[in-house]
Design a protein around this ligand. Structure first.
Ligand code: TYD
Length: 207
């Protein structure tokens, strides 16, 4: 794997989609080849699974949920992310396997290590190298949400458990995680993200 795989994580309403898009655009403007992905989704199969997972009318048992997220992610790793990394491209992802560890492992109470175990076989070495955890308290995050999906509609207690699980993952893996206060305005968050990316992998313009 020669490329760079960056994921943005956090509970609902942290602005991670906006920041991920901004980073991808910034890299592309410097002539870097970037694959932009979101989870769940990104492939035809993954988008179908996304619909099953997020339909507000749907009913999905906790382990079905964890396995469906893992299935969508395995498809994405196989079809897009793995090949992009092998080409040496950059991958900028809105969510990743760490969402499953926090939401299903922590939020649903399935256990982080159990959820990790069902994800690993489908991913192999396709694993984010740098994870930005955009941190926000659950009540603020939920109040920023416009159109909640089935999981986003869970209440403050669930979102708090997810946030706590993210915090623990970041503490356990400080070389991979960068924690950013998402209560700040977007420009401040963006500057912080950019300086971390440039600090880790200096971006030389190829244009
Ligand atoms: P997303 O499309 O990123 O929505 P949002 O903008 O609300 O963050 O994610 C969809 C929902 O799926 C979100 O509530 C988080 C949840 N999710 C999991 O529970 N586990 C996962 O592995 C992933 C990728 C997402």
């Amino acid at each position: 794997m020669t490329g760079h795989y960056i994921a943005f994580e956090g509970i609902e309403g942290t602005g991670k989609s906006t920041i991920a898009a901004r980073l991808a655009t910034h890299l592309e403007q410097r002539g870097i080849s970037v694959l932009r992905v979101r989870e769940p989704g990104g492939t035809v199969t993954g988008e179908r699974i996304r619909h099953v997972l997020l339909d507000p009318e749907g009913s999905v048992a906790p382990w079905s949920e964890a396995l469906l997220f893992a299935a969508a992610r395995a498809q994405l790793a196989n079809e897009l992310v793995g090949p992009a990394l092998r080409r040496g491209d950059w991958v900028v992802s809105d969510r990743s396997v760490y969402s499953s560890l926090a939401y299903q492992g922590g939020g649903r109470g399935l256990g982080v290590s159990q959820v990790r175990s069902v994800n690993e076989p489908g991913l192999g070495k396709v694993w984010p190298q740098l994870v930005f955890l955009l941190r926000l308290d659950a009540a603020t995050g939920l109040s920023r949400q416009e159109d909640p999906d089935r999981i986003g509609a869970e209440g403050v207690e669930f979102q708090t458990a997810v946030g706590d699980a993210f915090d623990e993952l970041a503490v356990e893996d400080p070389d991979r995680f960068v924690v950013i206060d998402a209560a700040n305005d977007l420009d401040t968050v963006w500057q912080s993200v950019l300086s971390h990316v440039e600090g880790r992998w200096p971006i030389s313009s190829t244009m």
